[in-house]
Design a protein around this ligand. Sequence first.
Ligand code: NAD
Length: 376
Amino acid sequence: LAPPDPALKIKTAPAPEPVERRLCVTTPSATYNVELRHDAGAWLIDAIDAATPNARLFILTDQTVAALHADALTRALVGRGRQVTLHSVPAGEGSKTLETASRLYDELLLAGVCRTDAVVALGGGVVGDLAGFVASTILRGIRSVQVPTTTLAAVDASVGGKTAVNSPRGKNLIGTFHQPQAVLIAREHLATQNPRQHAAGLAEVVKIAATSDALLFERVERDAKALLEFAPQPLLDVIARAVELKALVVGRDEREQGERAILNYGHTIGHAIESGERFRLLHGEAVMLGMLAEAEWAVTQGGSPKVVERLSALAKALALPTSWTAARIDLGALALDKKRQGEEVRLPVVPKPGTVELRNVSLEALASFVQRRTAT
Ligand SMILES: NC(=O)c1ccc[n+]([C@@H]2O[C@H](COP(=O)([O-])OP(=O)(O)OC[C@H]3O[C@@H](n4cnc5c(N)ncnc54)[C@H](O)[C@@H]3O)[C@@H](O)[C@H]2O)c1
């Protein structure tokens, strides 16, 4: 055989980027992995197995997600020799109550739950918050694993350890901090969401990009259509980066003593819109409108109108609502914002995408801005 010609270069196609990511979240109270993959196959079972050795598993889900994804997960875990029971609640925000938590306590206690057992939260942010709350309070706290099935839960609710149920007096008023053992995101789970729900979840990506990462903001601008279509690589890249950014903030300020407040961008006016619209808008849709409103308010304080323009174009590209002045806004809810300190709120202000400042803003001034803008 003739020796190979050194000038001859073997051309190989560039290896495709793997459609998987693993990130580590480190907070003062816990360290855990967030894993993202295309499929919901063996890796998911391996990861649940590794995160919950010797535990009996209580899968908490809602009825919609149960019909789509619970069977496969339960069967695969049982096939691995794990003891599993499935508990489902009606889909929707109405299940995030102490009554539902109490029913779940009864079911788990009746099944003989013990301290070494674990809860697997399979669902959107409602299931994640409720299951996290149940896990953190039953027997003074057992382990939990988050398997988010909505984009919103994947990029936001499942990471960071905030759990909650609602009170008749307001959303998320009863809750705990309880970090999961792992967060396991499968695009295959996310892909069964309806398009509106998916787009609303992408609004939380816009939020973290606007406050923390100009490049991520540009990527979402560039790939908006592909993201809406669940294109595997852009979607997992963008979710992974959003999670990484949230993890960094939560790692530095687990209990929202300071910096974590940047995650509330768009949420002060967004919550007032959610309440004014009587929850006809999805959370992410209200947050998108809240970001637009808060960015417009920043312009009245000398900020750049460019931020409003780019947020507005992005909302349109992501099929999210764009006109916050057309929404009904509950000024009472604004005045009672649960994050207020006296008469003020620490409002995240974005001078340009990727940077953020926290400013003390009078709630009255914010309410009168909203009133002025919605009156015209
Ligand atoms: N803990 C946190 O840090 C945090 C952060 C943001 C939001 N949240 C909470 O998250 C909740 C909103 O979460 P959400 O928007 O995911 O709502 P959700 O959990 O109610 O899910 C929305 C709907 O989508 C359905 N669904 C879920 N996954 C699906 C799938 N893969 N295919 C088809 N349908 C599916 C659900 O059954 C439900 O009807 C709110 O209660 C909010 O307070 C918590």
